[in-house]
Design a protein around this ligand. Structure first.
Ligand SMILES: [Zn+2]
Length: 147
């Protein structure tokens, strides 16, 4: 694999890496898309050549999405259940549609953030970890191609 032409702008912190992943950008360089399909990450970043095949997000992104959706939907459900002027069947239909849309909208950001978290902490074979690389503790194999 070819080394990138310039040194990628590594994130300065876990939060920066998580934000890049949640926005669907490569957590390492922030310059290319992380996903080639809705929930399918690219194998390698076209910009910094980071290998993303090592990510193992598994069920964690749906868990995050369901958890956040449940908390955000508490208000509308309580409102519609307690003081809504519309019939219960209409309130239920509205809440189900809102919950489904919110959960789907949160899935890709949750997966991007999960991939960024795994990369930052060096989980599942991400060596060097994003943290070590950003701290300058690790050097790419074969020396520094950026000079
Ligand atoms: Zn990249």
């Amino acid at each position: 694999m070819l080394a990138p032409e310039k040194r990628p702008a590594l994130p300065s912190s876990l939060t920066a890496a998580l934000l890049r992943g949640a926005k669907g950008q490569c957590p390492r360089c922030g310059e290319a898309r992380l996903f080639r399909a809705f929930l399918k990450p690219v194998d390698h970043c076209p910009s910094c050549h980071q290998d993303w095949t090592k990510q193992r997000a598994d069920d964690f992104p749906p868990y995050i999405s369901i958890f956040v959706t449940g908390h955000l939907m508490a208000g509308p459900i309580i409102y519609f259940g307690a003081e809504s002027p519309i019939p219960l069947w209409a309130a239920t239909a509205i809440c189900l549609a809102m919950a489904a849309a919110l959960m789907l909208a949160l899935l890709q950001p949750a997966k991007g953030g999960t991939v960024a978290l795994q990369w930052w902490h060096g989980m599942h074979g991400f060596v060097p970890s994003g943290h070590d690389e950003a701290a300058g503790a690790a050097r790419p194999a074969g020396g520094r191609p950026w000079g």
